[in-house]
Design a protein around this ligand. Structure first.
Ligand code: SF4
Ligand code: SF4
Length: 212
């Protein structure tokens, strides 16, 4: 059974700043899924909105009927499009949540969001102990964790509705509105993400497919 950890716990995560290694930025298929906050951060660092990012940096992945954007591995290199020639992340300070997390996973249950170590996932030897909170390098962590829990619930809710309704029309509409609401409509990156997320969540349009 895996050990579940909180942000204040310590785990063997330190990897000497990934010196000489970029293993987890390569060959990842479409497994590095992006949430609404990731898109806000990518827009802030690249100046590109979703419709531009999806041209080469993002692919679309379908999970239980719901379309979810993911980082795209490039055809020629099978590496993330943000990995530099030197093997470093070119958007390090704004990298997506799953990149910050690795080699941790997220677990959601009645106790909320907790973390677990993906044993042997990181290729670095002699990993050092680091507080999870520090490892994640994310500002306003309690607010971010609240968003992640909400986002997880939201995704599961829409996926359940898609599966239960067994209607192609609902699935199409739910995907169009979900993508438009949280991904395609540009964010104001000068303003707080969380307020914009809350407003989008409460919007009439979104309530039409997923009443909150
Ligand atoms: S496998 Fe570990 S050391 Fe290598 S890039 Fe990923 S986190 Fe860094
Ligand atoms: S965004 Fe950065 S850390 Fe994440 S996979 Fe791409 S290069 Fe690696």
């Amino acid at each position: 059974m895996r050990t579940l950890l909180n942000a204040n716990d310590i785990a063997k995560l330190g990897c000497n700043d990934c010196a000489g290694c970029s293993e987890c930025c390569r060959g990842m298929g479409d497994s590095i899924l992006l949430d609404a906050y990731d898109i806000y951060m990518l827009q802030a660092v690249t100046g590109q909105v979703f419709s531009q990012l999806v041209q080469d940096k993002i692919s679309l992945h379908v999970e239980e009927g719901l379309i979810l954007p993911a980082l795209k591995m490039q055809e020629d290199t099978d590496a993330c499009g943000f990995l530099s020639r030197e093997g470093r992340c070119s958007i390090h300070s704004h990298r997506p949540g799953l990149c910050r997390l690795f080699p941790l996973g997220r677990n959601y249950d009645e106790k909320g969001l907790r973390y677990f170590l993906l044993e042997d996932a990181c290729k670095a030897g002699n990993r050092t102990k680091v507080k999870i909170k520090k490892w994640l390098e994310t500002g306003q962590l309690p607010r971010y964790e609240r968003f992640l829990t909400e986002w997880h619930g939201l995704r599961k809710d829409i996926q359940k509705r898609i599966m239960e309704q067994e209607s192609d029309e609902y699935m199409r509409k739910a995907n169009v509105i979900f993508l438009e609401t949280f991904y395609q409509t540009p964010y104001d990156t000068e303003q707080s993400f969380y307020e914009q997320f809350d407003m989008r969540l409460k919007s009439e349009k979104f309530a039409g497919i997923c009443p909150q």
